[in-house]
Design a protein around this ligand. Structure first.
Ligand code: AMP
Ligand code: GLY
Length: 438
């Protein structure tokens, strides 16, 4: 089959790489791609957020499947246009993508589907924001209601800072969601959905803050690893039963079936598992780590989801290895990143045992050299027999990559490798994980 992958980032490079290793995939195209993707497959310089442009390209290339990577084209209706052109597409409709594009909508669906999540209030004015902050108390959680590339959330003990973030969102014409603070470790679970059936991928953990020890502002994600040996054994089933399946059923009931990845961001709190957020796409950089372990050919699974036939797909098979992805970002990220700098050492890093480099914000300059072109520039991904080995390999790779002002965290997966992740007592008790409602 022929597949077209939409998007410019690391997630899309990882998707392309996995699709190329699927024996049933004869050809992969990308739009717009990046320097890493363009080296592997033909890439097309179209506006990936323009539904008509993407649908026209898919028709012209006569592809059998379109895979939409990022949230922006999904929210813009790219999947609807491709579907209308009669081509199977892995990615939700504009209506279903509201689960990510509007946090208020996501909360409404979760309430309807009885999905456990943080208590929340929507605020449109400074007075409403102040009242909501005082209802929940510190630490304060203030979220821009719209799409913000992972940077619209402020978690702080400083009430003035929380109010100031809300005001920034109001000034930009938006509203905010203010919610209770969720304690406990965070987990990302990607659930493949075909509108009815749900299949979970192996859980991963992301590192959102820019600096070591979870300090500094939020980013799109600075690293990831999978699987999570410390996670409660029933977690994936719990997420299918209490989160993914009820959400997919509710979306179908509303006449807006969900096809694509439901990315469930969870906190394992002292009061039980809670959804922090939904995204409607693969996570970045978790995908770089998760797909590195997937042995089942990816194209067949995504096509089955796009066609509503996930119930007929084979059970997913996973490598026994552990995968770690470490992101290298540009100077000043997550602020306005410095771009256009030469990146050296990519080939050497990729030649290390068990290591490959996934490009994110990269481009070729006039001399055909790889330069930085975005905030998160690349991820070094390593497989190893355990976390210690995978980390060692990933960081050996990172050390070989040279980028002026490049930033990376040195503590990706470190706590887990040292066995230092503590689950709140509810998750370590002998009680069944799935609590029945009284
Ligand atoms: P979101 O964009 O909703 O994923 O939020 C980004 C990050 O902010 C999450 O990964 C968490 O680290 C943090 N966060 C969001 N909501 C909460 C919450 N209710 N309690 C604690 N941390 C949160
Ligand atoms: N890494 C989190 C995200 O993709 O939103």
């Amino acid at each position: 089959m022929k597949v077209l992958v939409i998007g410019p980032g690391g997630r899309e490079h990882a998707l392309v790489r996995s699709l190329l290793s699927d024996p049933t995939v004869s050809e992969v195209h990308a739009a717009p791609g990046n320097a890493g993707i363009n080296k592997l497959v033909p890439s097309h310089a179209i506006d990936a957020n323009n539904p008509d442009a993407v649908a026209a390209l898919a028709v012209r290339l006569d592809v059998d499947l379109v895979v939409v990577g990022p949230e922006a084209p999904l929210a813009a209706g790219v999947s609807d246009a491709v579907r209308a052109a009669g081509i199977p597409v892995f990615g939700p409709s504009m209506a279903a993508a509201q689960l990510e594009a509007s946090k208020a909508f996501a909360k409404e669906v979760m309430a309807e589907a009885e999905v456990p999540t943080a208590m929340a209030m929507v605020a449109a004015t400074a007075e409403e924001a102040a009242a909501a902050l005082d209802t929940f108390g510190a630490p304060y959680v203030v979220k821009d209601d719209g799409l913000a590339a992972g940077k619209g959330v402020v978690v702080t003990k400083d009430r003035d800072e929380a109010l100031a973030h809300a005001q920034t969102c109001f000034d930009a014409g938006g509203t905010v969601v203010i919610e209770e603070f969720l304690d406990g470790p965070e987990v990302s679970i990607f659930v493949l959905c075909d509108g009815r059936t749900t299949v979970a991928l192996s859980p991963a953990q992301d590192f959102k803050r820019i600096f070591d020890n979870d300090e500094g502002p939020n980013t799109g994600g600075m690293g990831a690893y999978t699987p999570l040996e410390w996670a409660p054994p029933g977690l994936v089933q719990e997420v299918i039963d209490r989160v993914a399946q009820p959400t997919v059923q509710e979306m179908a009931r509303r006449g807006t079936p969900f096809v694509g990845v439901l990315f469930v961001g969870l906190a394992l709190t002292s009061r039980g598992t809670r959804v922090i957020e939904f995204n409607v796409r693969f996570g970045d950089p978790e995908t770089q780590a998760v797909l590195a372990r997937l042995k089942t050919p990816l194209g067949g699974v995504l096509l089955a989801a796009a066609r509503g036939e996930l119930d007929q797909a084979d059970e997913l098979r996973w490598s026994k290895d552990t995968a770690v992805a470490v992101v290298v970002a540009s100077e000043n990220y997550p602020g306005l990143p410095k771009t256009g700098d030469r990146i050296r050492g990519l080939k050497k890093a990729g030649e290390l045992d068990g290591v490959h480099v996934i490009h994110a914000g990269t481009a070729l300059d006039d001399d055909g050299k790889v330069v930085s072109a975005g905030g998160r520039v690349l991820a070094v991904v390593a497989l190893g027999s355990d976390l210690v080995e995978a980390r060692e390999r990933a960081y050996d790779g990172v050390e070989l990559v040279q980028l002026d002002g490049g930033q990376f965290r040195t503590d990706i997966a470190r706590k887990a490798a040292r066995g230092e992740i503590r689950l709140p007592s509810i998750h370590t008790s002998a009680l069944p994980i799935v609590a029945k409602k009284a």
